[in-house]
Ligand binder design. Structure first.
Ligand code: GDP
Ligand code: IMO
Ligand code: MG
Length: 423
């Protein structure tokens, strides 16, 4: 048995939550392997919309086990709010939601450090979600972090205190104006930890190895997107974890040879939230239309997402870095009504035409070269089968499959579970 991966190929918000929910029926275990509450994964079914941040997107299926893996960073306060939102549903979280002992905890002071770091950068800020992601992963790699399993040890409170005290000194070092009441934040944190303790903490790598031996089917759910990867993304405007396929191995403790299908998910166009280069970004009416029709607002922060045409140069790179075996194209419905669809197939870069992703994507050196394709007018949102899709869209898909040398297996035509066409 193998572990299949589902990964975002752009700058996040590709629709991972929706597709994990759609695919969960085929799996026994859904496992998140990196990121934390910077993620916002949206699911829609039965007229209800849910946004998950840390909890895997298989949680609404009563037979699936959902695992928060060792590579994830957990904010107990946000986690508690997420759990409370699930209370209206018949979900047994004691049974269906497991937490890795090796997952790191986001402390209130990590969030403050994130804010202080961003404030100190001024215009050069990353546009972080301010959830404390960077500082928590820094403490992980700096070997200072507090892990979920530490909560079972007698001295965890002293360790917490020592780390939080150190963070306070670091916040002062930034010398920026950040207002906070640490006593209140700590009280909320400690209360949320008690809540977290109601869940089962496990040695998740051993659990997954046994599950594989027992023939269980596992889907690893990525967060963020490949271009936000700490190594392969548009550094420094990235997140602090490996969002690409290799991150699933380190974030779950599974061997490369255990990986089966790699599902790569992308929007029919491109969006980005936060700062950083975005070669195909549109500042015109077309970009505004994508944002309006696609309801492009961050699921975690509510910030408007920047929109632009599909960047095939970047997408090819993401397909290669991840070893994608199947593609899923999302939000095709949002492009209905455009006379022409543009796809970036190369860049003008420092006087040359290139078809690979260069070291830096900054606009002063780089302009996108577009291929234009015929658009379509039909409303796709009620379509249920491939043969109903307009010819121009089918041509668009065929073009992408050729260019990316990978089949497109799912075309999503709306946010709801049922608005999903399998090919
Ligand atoms: P994720 O972070 O990758 O899970 O994606 P987000 O949930 O942050 O953003 C995707 C947004 O697009 C959500 O609001 C989804 O409900 C919505 N969505 C997903 N697929 C489709 C689709 O095919 N068409 C439209 N119109 N919306 C979609
Ligand atoms: P999902 O899983 C889109 C972006 C932030 C910022 C940068 C660093 O919903 O696709 P961080 O808080 O990680 O320090 O922010 O990464 N970012 C996301 N953008 N979707 C996400 O998650 C994101 N998680 C982080 O906007 O630019
Ligand atoms: Mg999102």
């Amino acid at each position: 048995m193998r572990v299949d991966l589902l990964l975002g190929l752009q700058w996040g918000d590709e629709g991972k939550g929706k597709i994990v929910d759609v695919l969960t029926g085929n799996y026994d275990i859904i496992a998140r392997f990196q990121g934390g509450p910077n993620a916002g994964h949206t699911l829609e079914f039965d007229g209800i919309k849910h946004v998950l941040h840390t909890i895997p997107s298989g949680i609404f299926h009563p037979t699936a086990t959902n695992l928060v893996g060792n590579g994830v960073v957990i904010d107990p306060v946000i986690f508690r709010r997420e759990l409370e939102k699930l209370e209206d549903f018949p979900i047994d979280v004691r049974k269906n939601l497991l937490i890795s002992r090796k997952a790191h905890l986001i402390l209130p002071t990590h969030r403050l450090l994130d804010a202080a770091s961003e404030a100190s950068k001024g215009k050069a800020k990353i546009g972080s979600t301010l959830k404390g992601i960077g500082p928590t992963y820094m403490d992980k790699t700096g070997r200072n972090g507090l892990r979920v399993g530490d909560l079972e040890l007698p001295d965890w409170k002293e360790r917490y205190r020592a780390l939080a005290d150190k963070h306070e000194k670091m916040i002062h070092f930034y010398d920026v104006d950040i207002q906070y009441n640490l006593k209140e934040l700590e009280a909320e944190f400690l209360e949320a930890l008690e809540n977290l303790r109601q869940l089962k903490f496990i040695d998740s790598e051993a659990y997954l190895h046994q599950a594989l031996a027992d023939g269980k089917k596992i889907l690893a759910e990525g967060a963020q997107g490949s271009l936000l990867d700490i190594d392969f993304g548009t550094y420094p405007f990235v997140t602090s974890s490996n969002t690409t396929a290799a991150g699933a191995c380190t974030g779950l403790g599974i061997a490369p040879g255990s990986i089966g299908e790699v599902f790569g998910i992308f929007k029919a166009y491109t969006t980005r939230v936060g700062s950083g280069p975005f070669p195909t970004e549109l500042f015109d009416e077309d970009g505004a239309t994508m944002g309006r029709v696609g309801r492009e607002f961050g699921a975690t922060t509510g910030r408007p997402r920047r929109c632009g045409w599909l960047d095939l140069v970047a997408l090819k790179y993401a397909v290669k870095v991840n070893g994608v075996t199947q593609l899923m194209m999302m939000k095709a419905d949002v492009l209905s009504g455009f006379d022409t669809i543009k796809v970036c197939t190369a860049y003008h870069y420092k006087g040359e035409k290139i078809t690979h992703l260069p070291y830096t994507l900054e606009a002063e050196h780089l302009t996108p070269i577009y291929t234009e394709m015929k658009g379509w007018k039909e409303d796709l949102t009620g379509m249920t089968a491939e043969d109903q899709l307009p010819t121009a869209l089918q041509q668009y898909i065929a073009f992408l499959e050729r260019e990316l040398d990978t089949p497109v297996r799912i075309v999503s035509v709306g946010p709801d579970r049922v608005q999903t066409i399998q090919r």
